[in-house]
Structure formats: structure tokens, C-alpha cells
Design a protein around this ligand. Sequence first.
Ligand SMILES: NC(=O)C1=CN([C@@H]2O[C@H](COP(=O)(O)OP(=O)(O)OC[C@H]3O[C@@H](n4cnc5c(N)ncnc54)[C@H](OP(=O)(O)O)[C@@H]3O)[C@@H](O)[C@H]2O)C=CC1
Ligand SMILES: Cc1cn([C@H]2C[C@H](O)[C@@H](COP(=O)(O)OP(=O)(O)O[C@H]3O[C@@H](C)C(=O)[C@@H](O)[C@H]3O)O2)c(=O)[nH]c1=O
Length: 314
Amino acid sequence: MAILTEKNSTLKVLITGANGLLGQKLMEQLTSDSKVEVIGTGKGKARLSGLGKKNFQWKEMDVTDRTQILEVFAEIKPDAVIHTAAMTQVDDCEKDQDQCRKANVDAVLNLIEACRIFDSHLVHLSTDFIFDGEAGPYSEEAQPNPINYYGWTKLEAENLIKESGIRWTIVRTVLVYGIANDMSRSNIILWVKKSLEEGKTIKVVNDQWRTPTLAEDLAAGCILVVKKGELGIFNISGKDFLTPFDMAIQTADYFGLDKSLITEVDSTLFTQPAKRPPKTGFVIDKAEKVLGYNPKSFTEGIAILSKQLKLADS
Ligand SMILES: NC(=O)C1=CN([C@@H]2O[C@H](COP(=O)(O)OP(=O)(O)OC[C@H]3O[C@@H](n4cnc5c(N)ncnc54)[C@H](OP(=O)(O)O)[C@@H]3O)[C@@H](O)[C@H]2O)C=CC1
Ligand SMILES: Cc1cn([C@H]2C[C@H](O)[C@@H](COP(=O)(O)OP(=O)(O)O[C@H]3O[C@@H](C)C(=O)[C@@H](O)[C@H]3O)O2)c(=O)[nH]c1=O
């Protein structure tokens, strides 16, 4: 059901967590879209830099603050909300479960309430970590079974949304990579590139499987969902099924870095505080067919990232 009709020629879209990697890409793409009025929100001041001279609207909105959310919604009355805000450091989530639940579950209850009052379409970002990784890559119909606390909170949020009665779409993605300003967390290409440039030896696993996702593609997929008003669950990720070891080697090759610093290990030799589901990744046929979603390959993604890094250094 396309909600962008001739009558209401512009769509008012509110972004939560707009200082984040995905949030910044959404702001970049939507501030260049004449059919959309975009409002960025975040915990504090805007930390965006990729917008050049473009004007943009910003509202401070901590998604754990119900009063602040209702005030912002009453002022903006968004047609759609792309909810990217979350606690995304998976190991921190395992250690500080209270904080993680507040940011990833309680916040969603606040947003559901606001979307119900103002009839806003909620587009919620979710993750491959709702699965146990025994049988990836996953379709939208697969049975969730999270194996870490972050994944549990993201599944809990999905379940609250599914039973909310509001207009909702869940966008599931995996291992997002890209570059943004003043990032609150790194991602695999940047971390491998930086480690090798510093001459550090890194252990990289060869028995976890992902479909890594370029942040720009994820943003484009979310925007397709909003403009088409499509509801339900969509897998929006890259199309290449790779291990972190594959990704590290491709990154070293592309940037001409020393591959001998990369030690290939399995997950028994490399552990993190929070367990990682071994084999995830997504089947993206539905997004390709229904939305016309068309992601870059991992190699194309590295090239795009490289150009952005060169621009940032110039
Ligand atoms: N990155 C990935 O690999 C994947 C991400 N996802 C999901 O996609 C979404 C976006 O991820 P990504 O952009 O990579 O994450 P980032 O960590 O880059 O961005 C998350 C943003 O949320 C903000 N935030 C955290 N708590 C609050 C709060 N209480 N109120 C307002 N804003 C808050 C952070 O603010 P600040 O910057 O100030 O800390 C940050 O800017 C998340 O929902 C995540 O779960 C799903 C699968 C993979
Ligand atoms: C740091 C590190 C990671 N890895 C592997 C493990 C893992 O499979 C992959 C990425 O590890 P990281 O810990 O950097 O990323 P991780 O926290 O696993 O990323 C997750 O973030 C959350 C938000 C999601 O929703 C998930 O989809 C996923 O993207 O790289 C190594 O092999 N060696 C290392 O030294």
C-alpha cells in the first residue's frame, strides 16, 4: 500500500539514533530527497558531518525517555519512524543487561505508544542475532532462538511490535559495515584495516557465516519500505555469504595490507563475552522482489568505503 500519494506530496520521516552508522546514512539519503521531510533525533546533539551544506532538522530524543518521545511526536506528527536507536555493542549487552533491556526493549514500548497515538508507521531495525546460527542463511519465516542477551532483547522487541496493532515493518539485517562521523562502534572492515595498518596480528574466525551489509544499502532498503508503505518482515542485507576470515582477507587484498598478520582460527580459539551464532546471514529474495532492493557485492562495498575514507582524509 503506497502511502506517498499525490495529495500529501511529502512524507514526514523521523529517524531515531540518527548519530549512528545507519542513522547517518539515512540522514544523508533523505536530506537529498525532495519527496521526504526528514527529522533526525538522538540522545544529544547532532554529530552528522556527511551532509555538507544541507540543512536538516534535529530533535534531542532519548528513546528511553517516554515524555521526551511523546513531546517530539506531538510536535512532528511523523508519517513514519525508522527506529535505528539501540545498544549495539553485543558484549556490553551481555555484561550490562539492565542497560541493554532499557535501550532495546523498554524504548520500543515507548515508540509503539507514540506511533499508536499519532498513527505513524514504525520501521524497526532487527538482527540475525535473534537466531541461534544452526541453520543459516535465514528466510523471514525462520524460527528465532537467540543465544546472547542482545539477541534476546531484539527478539523481545519484535514480539512487542508484532502484537502492537500499529502499522509496523521489521527490517532484519546483519554485520553492517561502513564509515560515518564520530562512530559509537567500529565494524569489521574498519577494524581489520586499522589493525593491519598498525602491524597488529589478529585472530579471525573461519567458522562463522554472515551476509555483510553495506550501511548505504541498508538505508536504501529502509527508505524503500517507508515509501512503499510495505508492512511485515523484510530481510535487508548483503548478498554474499562469507566468513569473517574471508572478509578480512578481501579487506587486506583490497587495501594492499599484510595478510600474514591474519591468523585463521575457529571459534574454539577465539571467544568473546557474548556467544555469536555460527551460521546466520539472510535470504533476501523477498526484499528483491517486493521492494526492488538491490545490494552491492562485498567487493563493491569495500571499494565504496575506500573512496569515502580517501575523501575523509583529503
Ligand atoms: N551494526 C550492525 O552490524 C547491525 C545493526 N543492527 C541494528 O541496526 C540498528 C542500527 O545499527 P547501527 O547504526 O550499526 O548502530 P550504531 O551503534 O552505529 O547506532 C546506534 C545509535 O543508537 C543511539 N542510541 C543508543 N541508545 C539510545 C537512546 N536511548 N536514545 C537515542 N539514541 C540511542 C546511539 O547513540 P550514541 O551514538 O550517542 O551512542 C547510536 O547513535 C540497531 O537497531 C541495531 O540493533 C542489526 C544487525 C546488524
Ligand atoms: C573482534 C573480532 C571479531 N571477529 C569476528 C567475530 C564476528 O563473527 C565478526 C564480527 O565481530 P564483532 O564483534 O566486531 O561484531 P558483532 O558484535 O558480532 O556484530 C554484530 O553486531 C550486532 C549489532 C548485530 O546485530 C549483528 O548482526 C552483528 O553485526 O568478526 C574475529 O574473528 N576476530 C576478532 O578479533
